[in-house]
Write a protein that binds this ligand. Structure first.
Ligand code: N01
Length: 559
């Protein structure tokens, strides 16, 4: 039997949840399909020890409901995964979202029926649904990357991935644990795993530039000041490159938003910590190496993120990198381990900034071993552990913190076939092509929330999600209101947008030849090397979306 709806939504993370609320409120009959057994998306799947958000919770929260803003209490400035998931659950309860969600249901295919102007969906539970509109709220980091290591399936101990952490508590107290990967997930998990396990072995391929996270509890007066100013704060978010207001009530001042997306992200990172010396005016090259080291000794490694020249000038970047390495040498007692932890072949600003709690200190513990797999490569996984070129490391538990097939992974896995039988896998053979990261030519009435080509992961995700869902909701109303059956991005609009996305990324550290990040798809063998998010800043992007809508959806065709 086929169920018929107005809009099908794939995913019930923060994007899917808001889409249900928004579309329902405009009178549409919606159904969301979710592979997990409950809401929360990223925060549902990533339950590994130490998981927390790198955006302040008062900003990483929905702005669509004033009552919600006024009533939800955040326990910490940067909340941990359980709190964020509790918030998602509260939102689902409060707005009765679950009645329109089919859980434990994975979408296996989506086909566009041109004659009927309908999307037909099949699921792994054997259901069939149809709707004129389909919204992919599948998240940017939702398909875990499992590296293809020889012997991987011979390991007889327990295997876990940080992005698919079990719901039941994992007791590691008597376990020798190995972890592969030192990105954001690994860096957050490693100190906790060291505390929880008998022994931890860290298999590191690329060392990381990580800075201490803000660890402050939420003060009632801070939360209240946010509540009192929320409308202004939401407006400030709309004008900030990274979607952060930078509102700092505890200092009795409101910082102005940064000038580029990543530094805006970073400015949110040490927001409650001392920031660099007149960060806007002083370049790192204006300081002597001794002055730079003294600054790090006094203020911590995070201070190096506040030098804007380090993000655009290779010489300044290397000065920051070298000062960072000196900082690691100060923090890690064993000189050999310290050297192994020093990143050398890429610079600060190439990858998503990593935040930690006690990361470098963890390597001063006797029960933690660092294995540099560039120096001693992994030869094979064995039934008992991991054998590198220097010998076997016996393990009871092997954890992959090896990241995700980011931004395109979930969309390509869904088996989407558009008009004329064209498959998305073919359209994106050489990398993702979209108009505004929202729509695709050849795929009428299909929308992507925070898709490739939109600010997405370079922006406060909740701000980006709300903007996209609102735009899509308005667009659906426009199509229906004008009696059209379908809207579709024009190929030339798509080409022009993709060229612009590439142009603004050029010359930044993100696309430096030495940089190999998941932003570029470089973490997945064979994935085309394309810088996927839009780096031109959220306000510029938002204004372009608004202009398209105001001009009767220029760049789209209607049927
Ligand atoms: O994934 P990653 P992640 N052998 O791709 C290594 C968000 N996030 O899950 O760099 C050995 O960054 C790989 O090594 P290399 C955030 O946006 C946010 O950690 O490719 N190692 C790397 O060290 C983040 O950027 C938060 O050489 C292998 C690691 O695995 C994004 O998610 C918390 C390997 C993967 O790092 C992804 O972070 C967590 C192999 N075959 C995540 N394959 C917060 O909000 C891969 N690696 C704080």
């Amino acid at each position: 039997m086929t169920e018929r709806h107005d809009v099908l939504i794939v995913g019930a993370g923060f994007a899917g949840m808001y889409a249900i609320y928004r579309f329902r409120n405009q009178g549409l009959d919606v159904l969301a399909l979710e592979a997990g057994s409950d809401v929360g998306g990223t925060w549902y799947w990533n339950r590994y020890p130490g998981a927390r958000c790198d955006v302040p919770s008062l900003e990483y929260s929905y702005g669509f409901s004033e009552a919600l803003e006024q009533q939800w209490d955040w326990p910490e400035v940067f909340s941990a995964q359980p709190e964020i998931l509790a918030y998602a659950n509260h939102v689902a309860d409060r707005f009765d979202l679950r009645r329109d969600i089919r859980f434990n249901t994975r979408v296996t295919s989506l086909d566009y029926l041109e004659d009927e102007s309908l999307w037909r969906m099949h699921t792994d539970t054997g259901e069939r649904h149809e709707a004129p509109f389909c919204v992919m709220a599948t998240g940017c980091l939702s398909v875990p990357n499992m590296p293809d290591l020889p012997g991987a399936d011979t390991f007889t101990g327990r295997v876990l991935h940080t992005g698919r952490w079990p719901k039941q508590p994992v007791d590691l107290s008597a376990s020798r644990v190995g972890i592969i990967g030192t990105g954001s997930s690994g860096v957050q998990a490693i100190p906790e795993l060291a505390r929880q396990s008998e022994h931890l072995t860290v298999f590191q391929r690329s060392p990381v530039y990580t800075v201490p996270a803000n660890r402050k509890r939420m003060r009632a007066e801070v939360q209240q000041e946010f509540r009192d100013n929320y409308r202004k704060i939401r407006d400030m978010q709309q004008h900030s490159p990274g979607g952060f207001s930078g509102f700092r009530p505890f200092r009795g001042e409101q910082s102005k938003a940064g000038n580029d997306p990543e530094t805006a992200t970073l400015s949110a990172v040490p927001a409650a910590e001392p920031v660099g010396p007149g960060a806007e005016s002083v370049g790192i090259l204006d300081l002597t190496p001794e002055q730079r080291r003294a600054l790090v000794a006094q203020q911590g490694l995070g201070v190096l993120l506040s030098f804007r020249d380090a993000y655009v000038d290779p010489e300044a970047n290397e000065a920051a990198n070298e000062t960072f390495r000196d900082g690691i040498r100060m923090l890690v007692e064993d000189p050999q381990t310290a050297e192994r932890l020093c990143p050398r072949d890429y610079g600060i600003g190439c990858k998503r900034q990593v935040l930690d709690r006690d990361y470098y200190d963890t390597f001063n513990r006797d029960d933690v071993t660092l294995v540099d797999v560039r120096e001693t490569p992994i030869e094979t996984i064995t039934p008992r552990g991991i054998r590198t070129s220097s010998g076997e490391h016996e393990l009871d538990v092997l954890i992959y913190a090896t990241g995700f097939d980011a931004m395109t992974g979930a969309l390509l896995k869904t088996n989407i076939t558009g008009a004329g039988g064209r498959r998305l896998t073919d359209k994106w053979e050489h990398g993702p092509v979209t108009f505004l990261g929202l729509a695709l030519s050849g795929f009428p009435n299909l929308f992507t929330v925070t898709g490739p080509g939109s600010p997405s992961v370079l922006c406060n995700m909740i701000v980006a999600i709300e903007q996209h869902v609102n735009w899509i909701g308005d667009c659906i109303d426009y199509v229906r209101g004008h009696g059209y059956q379908a809207i579709e991005a024009l190929p030339e609009a798509e080409d022009e947008w993709v060229a612009h996305v590439n142009e603004v990324a050029e010359g930044t550290m993100y696309t430096a030849p030495s940089c190999n990040s998941w932003y570029l798809g470089a973490n997945i063998p064979g994935k085309p090397r394309i810088f996927m998010p839009y780096v031109g800043g959220y306000p510029r992007y938002r204004e372009r979306c608004e202009q398209v809508a105001a001009n009767d959806y220029e760049g789209f065709s209607f049927r």
